[in-house]
Ligand binder design. Sequence first.
Ligand SMILES: [Zn+2]
Length: 84
Amino acid sequence: MNSEELEPIDAERCQGESRESSFMTFGIPSFIRCSQKPRWIAISVRSGTFYGAMSLCDECKKVCEIRMPDISFQKLGAVVNETP
Ligand SMILES: [Zn+2]
C-alpha cells in the first residue's frame, strides 16, 4: 500500500471545491468547499498509475467530468454502505 500521501475519502461531505468570487472577497477568488452529501468517488488514474480519489456530489461530478476526462467514477454506496 502506498496510500499514506493520499487524503482520506470523506463519505459524509463532498470534497469538491469551487472557485467563487463575491463582494465579500472584493473580487479575489477563493476556494469554497462543497457542503453537499457525496454520492460518487472520483478516481484519478493516469497511464495506469493511481493518483488519488475523492468523494463528490452529483453537481461536482458533472464539473469534474468536463474538466478532467481521465477521471473515472464509482458509486459511493459500492465502497461505503449507505443507510437503507
Ligand atoms: Zn459537491
